[in-house]
Unconditional design. Structure first.
Length: 495
């Protein structure tokens, strides 16, 4: 092994950047630690403005060739990337579990297969992407004379994709796959707390035949390399998933070049339980919000329960949550793993302790575990305007409030600055239609949770984001839409 390779659970991972089809080392490094036991996993190249400029230059140079590659060939290569992901699925799963602490069983059964699906879906969607030609209206003061309109999607150029640590490879490929399918080139900047599977993705993409410079991976601290990427004048699109404060900095950075942005940000989503709901189903949905140690932006962390069933719901919830197994995420029996970083653990505990000091009551949890583990927590007796109700904790912490009317439920659900998602448990179809129509959210789940079809638009309202991605919406963002208007006259018949 070289000084630029680390071995994680028996898997060799290159710790350098991937720029222009080559591995590039930085003068300095940062240490990547496992949240499972705090062990150092490797010294990762710490990118600067120099590496950012090199990556953008490589993406710019590769763009004309990749944009001109026929869609069928781009699709073939993306399917080959998916093949590579499936071939190395076990390696990807164990490396990501070690790096970010999410459950190994989830990575094996759901997350990594979804990574492959992301590439296959957008490869296939590319080949059916079309808008039916239409004729300009033929009446009125600005009537056309049989002009036809043809809508097309032109690749935009180099795209900077900045991804979070809670589901590193899946969330990265939600962006990488459509950007590449659209004919763009990519600079991927993974989160510094979980960078390893992005490096493996670069290897897989190269082996699949993706041309040099089409996908570039640069690692580093956001404060050191982020601005150099997002302010670069040759960048044509920026997609970011992460926190609201970081999104504001990125927006300011991109403003000078009017670079279009897609932002998927935080959430403080409600989970509404009506008295007519299947209570066992509602409890299952609520306990599911502890998935990934609560490190899910879509999580319904605010449980809003109708008063007649609140006591019984709480009893059943407590009973089911008490059976959750917290421990090593590599163990098949584990339900909840560690939180990602000591700094995140401090943040979580700070929220909880301030809430308890303000009068909240911990039905379960309310304290740290060993190492980087936080006990699954449910807080009641919380005020609607309190910090714990209004701000994203991003840990295994839920609050429970009650309501007496449908109108009150909707008011409480919408009463934050966020609008990413909402979950609704009810047995009444008409109520479901009424309530979902009033909820401010990019996605609403009724009697289910965390079902995302890539055909659907995905994003948030209010401070939860800007724009939508998924299906044709992804191509709308990653492309410049062109309308070609053709007159019926003026042709020379060479028949």
């Amino acid at each position: 092994m070289t000084d630029h390779t680390t071995t994680v659970a028996g898997v060799a991972v290159d710790t350098r950047h991937w720029i222009g089809g080559e591995r590039v080392a930085s003068a300095e490094t940062f240490t990547d630690h496992s949240p499972i036991d705090g062990a150092a996993l490797g010294e990762i190249s710490r990118g600067t403005a120099m590496e950012a400029a090199a990556a953008v230059a490589a993406a710019k140079a590769a763009f004309p060739g990749w944009a001109a590659t026929p869609p069928a060939e781009r699709a073939r290569i993306l399917h080959a990337v998916a093949d590579g992901v499936e071939k190395r699925l076990e390696e990807l799963a164990i490396v990501e579990t070690t790096d970010n602490g999410a459950l190994l069983r989830s990575h094996r059964r759901g997350v990594m297969p979804r990574v492959a699906h992301n590439f296959r879906f957008f490869a296939d969607w590319l080949l059916q992407l079309e808008h039916e030609d239409f004729t300009t209206y033929t009446s009125g003061s600005a009537a056309g004379r049989g002009h036809t309109n043809h809508v097309s999607w032109d690749p935009a150029g180099p795209c900077v994709l900045i991804t979070p640590w809670n589901a590193p490879l899946m969330l990265a490929t939600w962006k990488v796959a459509p950007a590449l399918a659209a004919g763009n080139t990519v600079i991927l900047k993974p989160a510094e707390w979980s960078p390893l599977t992005a490096s493996l993705l670069a290897d897989i993409a190269a082996e699949a035949g993706l041309p040099a410079g089409v996908l570039n991976v640069v690692q580093g601290l956001g404060a050191e390399i982020g601005d150099a990427l997002t302010s670069h004048p040759d960048v044509r699109r920026i997609s970011f998933t992460g926190s609201v404060p970081t999104a504001k900095r990125i927006s300011a950075s991109a403003a000078a070049n009017l670079t279009p942005l897609s932002l998927e940000l935080g959430g403080k989503s409600p989970l509404l339980v009506f008295a007519d709901a299947d209570l066992d189903l509602a409890v299952d949905l609520a306990v599911e919000q502890y998935d990934n140690a609560g490190q899910v932006c879509l999580a319904g962390t605010r449980l809003l329960v109708e008063e007649p069933v609140a006591e019984e719901f709480t009893r059943r919830f407590t009973e089911k949550a008490s059976r959750l197994v917290q421990g090593d995420p590599r163990d098949e029996a584990t339900d909840i793993g560690p939180n990602i970083h000591p700094r995140q653990l401090e943040k979580i505990d700070g929220f909880v302790q301030r809430a308890l000091a303000a009068g909240a009551r911990a039905v379960i949890g309310g304290h740290r575990g060993d190492g980087q583990y936080y006990a699954p927590t449910l807080l009641t007796d919380v005020a609607q305007d309190s910090e714990i109700v209004q701000e994203e904790v991003f840990g295994p912490v839920l609050t429970l409030q009650t309501f007496s009317t449908e109108e009150e439920a909707v008011r409480l659900a919408n009463d934050t600055r966020f609008g990413l998602a909402a979950t609704l448990a009810t047995g009444d179809r008409e109520r479901a239609e009424r309530v979902t129509a009033q909820l401010v959210a990019g996605t609403v789940w009724v009697n289910c949770f965390f079902v995302r079809d890539l055909q659907a638009p995905f994003g948030g309202s209010r401070h939860s984001g800007v724009g939508r991605e998924g299906g044709t919406w992804s191509f709308d963002f990653y492309c410049d839409l062109k309308n070609t208007v053709t007159a019926p006259k003026g042709w020379k018949d060479h028949g």
